[in-house]
Design a protein around this ligand. Structure first.
Ligand code: 2HA
Ligand code: ZN
Length: 281
């Protein structure tokens, strides 16, 4: 191979470094115990090209849920069973780059998943959610699932109503309504890893960028790893405050009121999801 055609080392790719850091941070925050959590990132062809030989698939795996909408797209994905704790030391085994092939029926593994690994068990939820978010936002790139502790805790003590859950989070911290004016979607409890939960999650992605799986975890989306991480981080912080104050012996004395949330949204130029705030003026 001539020097001109030599490909760069994948381990130096910025998108790979960001993924390694983000998964390490999620583990440190306690959101990804054992093999909990999974992330997928859409990569543009120009981003991947310096690092791979075109048409050089390592392996091909078939998909039992065809995704013609994603045909040809490249994704950086966490491996099934990967411990986020370990990704930073072993990216080539615990991460992989795939390209959706054969019109959406197969996946070509382009890099990673060394030692026979395969993409996350939640790939149906990721792919179906990517399809829906891309319909709403051409800059969408990332689906991030983890077991954000306080959000999960809140699904035991709070009613599982989307408007009420959203408002409780908005009331905990002034940042929330600005960061997720579209609110938080909620599914009923379902079996993870299935095509069914994937379909239901994706349906919610028509309205929300953040979807909670009760007694399990959260799905955050974004235009970058930072964007999706920041969204989850903000909801998790609000849920932490909620859990702290609701276990306080003195009870909750006040929250940010609906009128205050409304002027806050106006000041920051966001439109809160209709039907949640009840204004007195
Ligand atoms: O990847 O978090 O929901 C393990 C999980 C499944
Ligand atoms: Zn999970």
């Amino acid at each position: 191979m001539s020097i001109v055609n030599a490909k760069r080392n994948m381990l130096e790719a910025p998108f790979l470094k960001q993924m390694m850091q983000a998964t390490q941070n999620m583990w440190r925050l306690g959101w990804d115990e054992r093999n909990g959590g999974n992330v997928s990132v859409i990569l543009d062809e120009e981003e991947v090209a310096p690092y791979i030989e075109k048409g050089s698939a390592i392996r091909t795996i078939s998909l039992d849920f065809p995704v013609p909408e994603l045909a040809g797209k490249y994704f950086l994905v966490t491996a099934s069973g990967s411990y986020f704790k370990n990704i930073i030391d072993n990216p080539e085994e615990l991460l992989g780059i795939i390209q959706v092939a054969d019109g959406g029926n197969e996946l070509d593994i382009i890099w990673g998943f060394a030692n026979g690994g395969k993409p996350t068990s939640e790939l149906p939820s990721h792919f179906m959610s990517h399809i829906v978010r891309l319909e709403h936002d051409e800059n969408h790139r990332v689906i991030m699932h983890n077991h954000a502790t306080n959000v999960v805790a809140m699904t035991f003590t709070h009613e599982l109503d989307e408007a009420a859950f959203t408002k409780s989070l908005w009331q905990m911290e002034s940042e929330c309504i600005i960061v997720f004016p579209d609110g938080v979607g909620l599914l009923p409890w379902m079996i993870p890893g299935t095509t069914e939960i994937g379909k239901e999650t994706a349906k919610k992605m028509n309205e929300y960028r953040l979807v909670v799986w009760p007694h399990h975890g959260i799905f955050g989306t974004g235009s970058s790893i930072d964007d999706a991480f920041g969204l989850i981080e903000t909801a998790e912080k609000a849920a932490q405050i909620y859990m702290l104050i609701h276990s306080h012996r003195g009870g909750v004395k006040q929250v940010i009121t609906d009128d205050q949330l409304s002027v806050l949204a106006e000041a920051f130029g966001v439109i809160p999801k209709p039907g949640i705030l009840q204004l007195t003026k």
